[in-house]
Ligand binder design. Sequence first.
Ligand SMILES: [Zn+2]
Length: 296
Amino acid sequence: MSFSHDVKNELCQVRPASCCKYAECYGMLLFGRSFQKGDISFLTASKDVATRLAELIKSCFDITVTVSEGGVKKPTYLISITDDVVIKRILIKYDRYGTNAFMGINYEFLKKECCIEAFLRGVFLSCGSVCDPEKSFHAEFAIKNSALSGDFFTILTERGLSPRYTERQGKSVIYFKNGADIEDLLTAIGATMHSLEIMNVQILKDIRNKTNRIKNCDNGNISRNIEASLLQCAAIEKLKKADKLSTLSPELYEVAVLRLEHPNHSLSELCKLMGNKITRSGMNHRIKKLLELAER
Ligand SMILES: [Zn+2]
């Protein structure tokens, strides 16, 4: 099962307060397949989600709807209300009936914080999805009715979230790429367990990034050491070709030969090979001297 599917299952376990039921039911219907005169229908790939909506409709309107199973490759679950009397009752409740019906989001049901969260949960159950955080941080709402997307975008930003917007296959897509935003969203709508999972992945990714940065930094040091060593070897080779090695003091000669024999060694390692009879800074001093001589 996908991460998204699991999140929806967790959301279906949330027990909404009685004030929140209308808001959640509204979110599901409004962002569902069809919510207008002649047809109220809701299609989902999750049996739990379909059952959830059927229960909400029963509890809010005392209307029993059936969930019919379909789908060829993957199962789908459909709730379809075609009885005009029933449709009218639901639409009137949400002020979407009549010629002057309000077609945006009706804030009448979103007055309390708990109800806004319930509404968001409904919308997520209807058209939301979220990626497995191990793969990528991505959550989105794919909205068929573009007239709703502006209002919905505002509701999200008013909560301090930073949604982004794009269009895909005729749908308005409001999405999040930020782990912290996805975490906040899931917490708000009641998927606290999965929100924690996202938080954990974020912490792990953070640690991994830091470790990588340190590793890269180490690699940087190593390549700088090798670069320096190559320059030193080139300088000593130059002295050798000019037949100057024999003119060096015994201390410098010893270091020059050692460096040529061990081009991959750090200065400290060269000191060790000399039995630590000189310090690293002493070694550095002698190498500098060799570089100077080669320059001349
Ligand atoms: Zn409420």
